[in-house]
Every structure is written in C-alpha cells, then in structure tokens.
Design a protein around this ligand. Structure first.
Ligand SMILES: *Cc1c(COP(=O)(O)O)cnc(C)c1O
Length: 495
C-alpha cells in the first residue's frame, strides 16, 4: 500500500461473518428460569396454523456473540455523526440532539393518531406552529405537513396546480422543467398526468429568459424549478421568469429542497412561486438516509389553499385546534394520518432553538463553506460554471478523465481518506460531475482535511491513475457491481 494513505484505518474486524455462519446447534443467548405459573404455549394462543415449531436455519448464538456481531457491523457504518458527509443535493447536516430529546417527551412520543382532537391539543398545536413557521420562512399563506418526502410534496403540489386549472376549465398538458432538475421532478409531473417539456440551461448554468418565453404557451400548466438550482446557482432572473409564466396563465412550482441556501434571506413567495415543498429532513435537520422517515411539507399561496391535502389543522377563534376533513376541493389524503408527526416535532425544535437570526447564520455558514471548498479545489478540478455558488458547488472530472479516472473513481478513493463520497454524475448537465455540499455543520478544520484529501487524490491521479482506479483499498469489499446489486439484489441468506 502506498505511504500517502494518511487517514484511512482498518475496521476492528474486517472479516465479520454473517450471524448465520456463527451459529452452532444448542448455543443460546438467554436461559430463562422455569416459570412458577402455568404457561400457555404460542400455538395454543395463536392456533396451530399460525405457529411454526421451528424456523429453518435460524441462527443459534450466545449473547456475547450477538453483541459483538452487531456492534462490529455498526462500526462499518458511516453517518453524519462519524464525519463529513458532503453528498451534494442531500444536505447531510448534523441532527442536533435537542431535537431527539423533545421528540421523546412523553405525550409527543406516545400519543396515538386516533386520539380525539380534544385530547391532543398539544400535538395539534405543534403541527399548527410548525406550519406557521414554514409559512413565514417561505412567505406562503398555508402549509400542509402531510407529504412524507420531497417527492411526495412535489406530487401534491403538481396535483394542486392540476386541480386549480381544471376547475378554471382546462388543466393544460405540459410542465416546463429545466434540464438541471432533480429526477423526482419529471417523475412527479408524469405521475400527475402531465408531460414534461425540458428547458435547456443557458451558458451560466441558469435558465434563459428567452427560452422560457419561447416554451411558455397556453398549453403549459406551469414551470417547475429548483432555486438555487442543482448547480448551487441562484436564478437571478427569477422574478422575470415567474412573470412570464403567470402572463400565460401558468403557475410556478418551486422545488424547495435547497431552501437551506435561502433560509432567512429570500422568500420564494416574494419572488413569484405559487406552490413549493420543503424537505424537513434536509433543511430542518430531521434525520435522513436509511429509508426515512422523511417529511416534505407543501406550502401554497392563498388561492391554492382549498386544494391542500386533507385534513388540515385549524385554529378556532377560542384558541382550540381541530382537524378539518370537510374540504371539497382538496386533492385528498396523500399520507396516513397527519404526516410524519415526529419530524414536525424535530423541525420545530430546530427552528425554535435557532430563532430567525440563528437560521440566517446557518444559511450564511453553509454558503461560505461551499464557496470555500469550490475556490480551494478549482485549480485541480475543473469548474464548469465559474461564479459564486450558494449551498453547494459542482466541479467536474474533465482533467482527470484525460488520465482515465472518472468522478466515481475519485469518490471511491475518498472513502480511503475517511470521508463519505460526494454526489457523483449529477446534475446531468455537467459531464462527470463532482457535486459537493459541505453544509454549515462542517468546521474549517474538517473542510481543510477534506480539501487536502481531494488535492492528494488529484496528485495520485497524475502519478498513478491505476491505483485510484482500484480504490477503495481499505474497505472489506471494494468495487461492487452496482448495477447488479440494484437490479438483482440478494436479500436473503441461503446456505
Ligand atoms: C432531495 C431532493 C428532492 C427529493 O426529496 P426526497 O425527500 O428525497 O423525496 C427533490 N429535489 C431536490 C432538488 C432534492 O435535492
């Protein structure tokens, strides 16, 4: 191994067996004392047909083996608590522990969704106050916390646009989407029964006003755009763009997954968006990865409020809260109960802990960090769109590709240096993209270590590209066949 691997360390046990392979007949974790009261067997309790006497191949291991096995596996994990997680577009911020303390308060953690509203006033108030904070942050008039993810917020928003236009006589056929968009955008549009019309980005990586003018016809229901876009660049002509769409009777959907770049600085409602979603699991520090749960509240201007998912939480004049199911124009329910309540609790805790000034500071720090990384890497990695970025920066593997090394290889080598890879090959408008989002959680020391690792990899590529092409060198397994893993996953262990 080369001596320039500085930060990488092997795992405690890199050859951990599967738990099944540790099994031996008769080994047992707990040996309970015989009962002093008459016992009822499971098959008596459930009925024979629902009870199996034996689970074929079930591992038999001791208590210590169980503890060691799972503790070792947990050390193979990489999370925001382990180190920098610069996955662009994903906003892997630190999840403050105060959020967890609040979410575990009795009542908040244990109230059942069927609790009658009279007995769940505190929980309803949390939903209402979270929605009010998000309305204030975005400038919008009404918010539903029901969607369970950003993509579901998008779907809800586009369905609302459809319901609104249909009621006025014609839902129209197309939605305009810039070619830099996140993949969920076209998917939400197609699921809502619209067709996508792509908008080509201009030379500066932003949308061209003339292009919107050309594409925006009376057949177009609206524009769906991310601002700042997936290059981390703010659409400076956003007001003019929104005006053009509105003049032709269309609506503007803003993908607000990147609100962590605007928080406390700009409000989408002020620059012309009619409907948008937010990702509580990105901008508002609720945990994500590993399959959720997420939360993608959808926020709208007043005229779209009747179409919001049902039920809505409403506050009566006497200060009590109720659930309103009687909303004839609503697009209906998009999620069981009231959405992922625990995420609203955590997001509200985060908003309250920071306050307006604190949230502004997080935005400024996130933007500063991304610009710092971009400027300190631009002499070794190509910068396709040179200009100040917001919360993330996008470089490319253009120079390294000449030596046969691509963005995915650089990302794999980063693992050896102890960092989670950045986002590779997205946005699609940048060939060989390296998309880096440090977030405000990273200290300058940590950013410097990351930058040093990225610069060291660039040097390695000059000296010995083959070595980087075989990375990672320090993990238990190295180059996996990712396509086969995704298409034909083996999810069950069989002897
Ligand atoms: C993350 C993201 C989404 C989708 O959000 P999910 O919660 O993963 O469904 C949509 N658009 C952009 C720009 C994103 O970064």
């Amino acid at each position: 191994m080369k001596d320039h691997i500085r930060h990488a360390r092997p795992h405690i046990s890199r050859d951990e067996d599967l738990i099944f392979e540790r099994s031996a007949p008769g080994k047992c974790g707990v040996d309970p004392l015989p009962l002093e009261v008459p016992s009822v067997s499971a098959s008596e309790l459930l009925g024979k047909e629902f009870h199996r006497a034996e689970i074929h191949g079930f591992p038999e291991v001791s208590e210590l083996e169980v503890i060691r096995h799972f503790t070792r596996l947990s050390t193979w994990n990489y999370g925001v608590d382990t180190g920098l997680y610069p996955l662009g577009s994903c906003t892997m911020k630190y999840n403050p522990r105060i959020n967890e303390v609040v979410a575990r308060l009795e009542g908040l953690a244990t109230d059942h969704p069927y609790t009658p509203p009279e007995l769940a006033q505190g929980c309803l108030r949390i939903l209402d106050e979270t929605a009010r904070c998000l309305a204030e942050i975005t400038g919008m008039d009404a918010v539903s916390l029901q969607p369970a993810a950003g993509a579901q917020g998008e779907l809800s928003g586009i369905l609302m646009i459809r319901a609104f236009l249909a009621e006025r006589g014609n839902p129209r056929r197309y939605i305009l989407i810039p070619d830099s968009a996140h993949g969920t955008n076209p998917a939400s549009v197609a699921t809502s029964g619209y067709e996508v019309r792509p908008l080509k980005s201009g030379a500066r990586g932003t949308i061209d006003l003339a292009e919107v003018d050309r594409a925006m016809t009376e057949e177009v229901a609206g524009l769906m755009l991310t601002n700042p876009n997936t290059l981390g660049i703010f659409e400076v002509q956003i007001r003019e763009i929104c005006n053009l769409v509105h003049q032709k009777g269309g609506l503007v959907y803003m993908d607000g997954a990147n609100m962590n770049a605007l928080l406390g600085i700009a409000r989408p409602a002020d620059f012309g968006a009619d409907v948008m979603h937010l990702n509580l699991h990105k901008t508002f520090t609720t945990p994500h990865g590993g399959g959720g749960p997420g939360s993608g509240p959808v926020a709208v201007k007043k005229f779209l409020e009747p179409y919001l998912p049902s039920p809505t939480v409403e506050r009566a004049a006497d200060g009590t809260y109720r659930l309103n199911y009687n909303r004839p124009k609503s697009i209906g329910r998009v999620r069981a109960f009231y959405g992922n309540f625990g995420m609203a609790v955590r997001a509200l805790a985060y908003i309250a802990a920071n306050g307006g000034e604190g949230l502004l500071q997080t935005t400024q720090d996130a933007v500063l960090n991304a610009n710092y990384v971009m400027r300190r890497l631009q002499d070794v990695y190509d910068l396709p769109y040179n200009g100040p970025c917001l919360h993330e920066c996008v470089l490319s593997d253009h120079r390294q590709a000449a030596r046969g090394v691509r963005t995915g290889d650089i990302a794999k080598r980063l693992i050896d240096y102890g960092f989670h890879p950045y986002t590779t090959s997205f946005p699609l408008i940048v060939q060989g993209a390296l998309m880096i989002e440090p977030t405000e959680s990273a200290s300058m020391d940590e950013l410097d270590e990351f930058i040093e690792a990225m610069r060291a990899i660039a040097e390695e590529i000059e000296e010995d590209p083959e070595f980087v092409l075989k990375a990672p060198h320090t993990t238990r397994v190295s180059r996996l066949d990712e396509a086969t893993a995704a298409r034909k996953p083996i999810l069950r262990w069989k002897k």
